[in-house]
Design a binder for this molecule. Sequence first.
Ligand code: FEO
Length: 411
Amino acid sequence: MAQKIAEEVYWTGVNDYTNDLFEGIWPIPDGVTINSYIVRGDKTAIIDIVKSSGGGSSASLNQQFKSVGIEPEHIDYIILNHLEPDHTGFLPVLHKYCPNAEIITSKKGVKLVEAFYHISENIRGVGDGDTLDLGKGKILHFYDIPNVHWPETMVTFEESTGVLFSCDAFGSFGAFKGTIFADEIPKEDIAFFEGETLRYYANIVAAFSAFVLKAIDKLGSLLDKIKIIAPSHGLIWRNPMEIIERYQRYANYANDYGEPEITVIWGSMYSNTEVMLRAILRGIAKEGVKVTIHKVPETHVSNVLASAWRSAGIVIGMPTYEYSVFPPMAYVLDLMKLKRFKHKKVMRFGSYGWVGGAEKGFEERIKNLNWDVDSILEFQGGPTNEDLRIAEEKAAEFARSIKEIPKKLIS
Ligand code: FEO
């Protein structure tokens, strides 16, 4: 059922519990919301729509629209802030209900409407600062925020209510648990939503961190006018600075070290690397640094990326596999490179059988990431007691260097 978020502004999205992988990659066991909004003046606009499944059925569309007293055929404008199909997949169906509705998107978006949906008429490409007057004081302003998340992305700002429809920016995974507003969630659920915001950021937005900072900078002149941030995924923020500052911190992890914490990512074929892992963990524990441990391939890379994005320190434990990097770790490293996981302090260890080879593959994968690799501990076969003593000592030294990094997040 639609819900009012401001005067004549309604949320009409869906809680997607289909358990599909988001983007065909990322698990969403606790769902995700695909938010869509209706703004009514004399004319009616729908801002972002939904994908073709997960509640985006014709029946649910009718029900949602009727709950705010309008018929889908009375939509005058379909505003598409971003053309990725999670926000546009339902366009062909919606377009049949309201064939006369004008599609409004960024200038770059026009081409994608045609490419994805083969619709080329009645589309307006708007530019930075353009406005659309819906009547009754409802004026929509459009601002390009390229590459948050695709090059064509824009945001829409409704002046009279101060609602910023920010699309992927300021979004998160995790379906609503009863309220759509961040300020109404019970304190027991705060950690869940913070975790899902970080995982969404690390999985979807991280590679575009420089553009996130540019977008926040660009929206700076609007900051005192923004009263509500209504993203296309996740909670709606009536305290906008809370999510803006969180995104700013996440984005800045790409420019500096993250939090003084360590993410340990490890995999082992016959437990030789695992034996050294225990010594490494003892060393870290001595220094009392927060550590998150992921075994690969058992842990999904989505979760690995989330804690690794936040952590200043990364410890990688893996054996050499066929003269190169252990394949599950190669997958993690390739994604870290793709997502531009820069500025990390790193320690690496692992076993090899004959001549090694993990180092070469590792170096190739982390090129240009500005990783500060403090120590590499490789051993043939199983580690000796002396290897383990050195590993524990080096891990403690590594943890001390992480402790010196200033904390940035409050929680
Ligand atoms: Fe939620 Fe980039 O789409």
